[in-house]
Design a protein around this ligand. Structure first.
Ligand code: HEC
Length: 147
């Protein structure tokens, strides 16, 4: 009797977890815009964790969070197509900004593995500057395109 109950409970718990995750990731009235926004929210969350890792000298947390940034999901195909079409020749510039954040996150992984706090702080700075630079140049424009 008991194992059965346990299974039911487990099932229920996982179902609940599933639906609450969905509730967070899909409040959708505009799916295209949401995919990029959700990716961005993930970047911010992981940036927070890197800050925490730096403050607490938690190299594992830094490595894990930098990896999440380096391997962040791509926006949906539709989003990417809309962007390419609307941005035209500026798409290259947009990509370059994205590359800055990508490269620094890859360097952050290495620096965390080497427990090199100096390099971590340097790369962290480059990464944050990369976020801010792209937002300064493209955030409003892209938000309008995807609206
Ligand atoms: C290549 C350009 C680019 C880079 C690099 C970039 N962002 Fe963004 N970010 C955007 C754009 C464009 C938007 C607006 C998306 C929209 O409104 O649809 C945005 C929006 C956001 C938002 C708001 C999301 C929301 O819910 O409205 C956050 C948070 C964010 N970015 C965090 C970050 C962080 C943290 C980094 C660096 C680790 C970063 N971004 C790097 C382009 C970029």
């Amino acid at each position: 009797m008991l194992p059965l109950k346990k299974t039911t409970l487990l099932l229920l718990t996982s179902l609940l977890t599933l639906s609450s995750t969905q509730a967070i990731s899909a409040p959708t009235n505009n799916e295209d815009q949401d995919t990029l926004k959700i990716i961005m929210q993930g970047l911010l969350k992981n940036t927070h964790k890197i800050t925490q890792g730096i403050v607490l000298h938690d190299f594992e947390l830094i490595e894990k969070s930098a990896k999440n940034i380096a391997e962040h999901p791509k926006p949906s195909m539709i989003t990417r197509m809309k962007l390419v079409k609307a941005m035209g020749s500026d798409m290259g510039k947009f990509k370059t900004k994205d590359d800055v954040v990508h490269h620094s996150s890859v360097n952050l992984i290495k620096a965390a593995q080497q427990k090199d706090m100096h390099a971590i702080q340097q790369e962290y700075q480059i990464m944050i500057n990369g976020c801010v630079a792209c937002h300064g140049e493209f955030k409003e424009r892209v938000a309008k395109i995807l609206k």
